[in-house]
Design a binder for this molecule. Structure first.
Ligand code: GDD
Length: 350
């Protein structure tokens, strides 16, 4: 009998890679999707059509993390062996604008889902999408599973609740439940309002003459950027262990937003130089003197985590997991994908 997996947030970047991985491994896959007025399954529709044409199970269920009856219905109908809770209000910046909604989805709803699992009496293994944002005002670098959490944003504080409630269910009820403390992970499927994708998509549009300039906030924030496709492997590996546990998943390298812009600009044929400071800083193409990057204070956050760098030694040791995509390769991959995409969108004129 095929194993059954349920993925909440299946149509997000990570959900789309995870459902492909689980289908490859022979799982029956169920995904929970929110109803939206616009079609929001672009990342998974091809996979779903392919799976259905091969007679595989890839079923989507309307549901909402705020609606306990929908969670109950989906769990009872799918009876999963493994649950991957990827549903989230995933934008840290937006969490300052919508703190209560963020807390509802990223904290309370995780408890709700765990309670539904317990009340139905499912023996499912549980993966929780935890985050390097928990480290907040970072106490040390690099960060491990033992580094103190000092979260800063409403997003991170809600994720901290989720982290502890998952540990509590593991310890109190003996549930096989794991937190994947994932550092930033990217791909051409990343949403356009996260900084990496915003950079690659905007530079491709500038190149094609479709956008005048790329406007960014904090250029000096440092992140540990890995490949989303690598990171979903780690999620699956966590649920194959004899016990639930918590793992940092990271590359160990840290780069600034500025580094990301420079490499993406080089890949797209620009040669960027920085002039000015603070909000007056600009990124200028040396060859043409054209301004490519400007600072827009609207993209500053009230507080920002500034040095994120993970130490994934525990995952290397216990899961046998390794990141396979370097920073340069990741930037190139994303930049090339957006150059292609914009060329297609503009009818090959780019
Ligand atoms: N989004 C965005 N837009 N970020 C900008 C911009 C901008 O115009 N300009 C500078 N930044 C800076 C942010 O201030 C932050 O320091 C950094 O770029 C990265 O921002 P995001 O790409 O939005 O990601 P994040 O680090 O806040 O959070 C992501 O990674 C976490 C760890 O895996 C999200 O995916 C979270 O959901 C996830 O938990």
């Amino acid at each position: 009998m095929a194993k059954v997996a349920l993925i909440t947030g299946v149509n997000g970047q990570d959900g789309s890679f995870l459902c492909e991985l689980l289908l490859e491994k022979g799982y029956d896959v169920h995904g929970m999707v929110r109803r939206t007025s616009q079609f929001s399954r672009g990342r998974i529709e091809d996979t779903r059509q392919r799976a259905l044409s091969q007679g595989r199970v890839f079923e989507l269920h309307y549901g909402n993390m705020s609606d306990p009856s929908s969670l109950h219905r989906i769990l009872a109908a799918s009876r999963p062996d493994e649950i991957y809770n990827l549903a989230s209000q995933s934008h840290v910046g937006v969490s300052f604008e919508e703190p209560e909604h963020t807390t509802e989805i990223n904290a309370t709803a995780v408890l709700r889902l765990l309670e539904c699992v317990r009340h139905i009496g499912l023996k499912a293994r549980f993966y929780q999408a935890s985050s390097s944002e928990l480290y907040g005002h970072v106490a040390e670098a690099p960060q491990t599973e033992l580094t103190p959490f000092q979260p800063l944003s409403p997003y991170a504080i809600a994720k901290l609740y989720a982290y502890w409630i998952v540990r509590s269910y593991r310890e109190t009820y003996g549930m096989h439940a794991s937190n994947g403390i994932l550092f930033n992970h990217e791909s051409p499927r990343r949403g356009e309002n996260f900084v990496t994708r915003k950079i690659t998509y905007s530079l491709a549009r500038i190149k094609a003459g479709l956008q005048p300039v790329l406007k960014l906030g904090n250029l000096d924030a440092r992140r540990d950027w890995g490949s989303a496709q690598d990171y979903v492997q780690a999620m699956w590996l966590m649920l194959q262990q004899p016990q639930g546990d918590d793992y940092v998943i990271a590359t160990g390298e840290t780069h600034s937003v500025r580094d990301f812009v420079e490499r993406a600009a080089t890949r797209s044929g620009f040669d960027i130089a920085w002039t000015g400071t603070g909000v007056d800083e600009k990124g200028v193409d040396r060859r043409t003197n054209r301004v490519l990057v400007e600072i827009d204070p609207r993209f500053y956050r009230p507080v920002d985590v500034d040095r994120v760098q993970g130490d994934a030694s525990k995952a290397f040791r216990q899961l046998g997991w390794r990141p396979t995509v370097t920073f340069d390769a990741l930037v190139n991959l994303m930049m090339d994908a957006d150059l292609d995409r914009v060329a297609r969108e503009s009818g090959g004129r780019a």
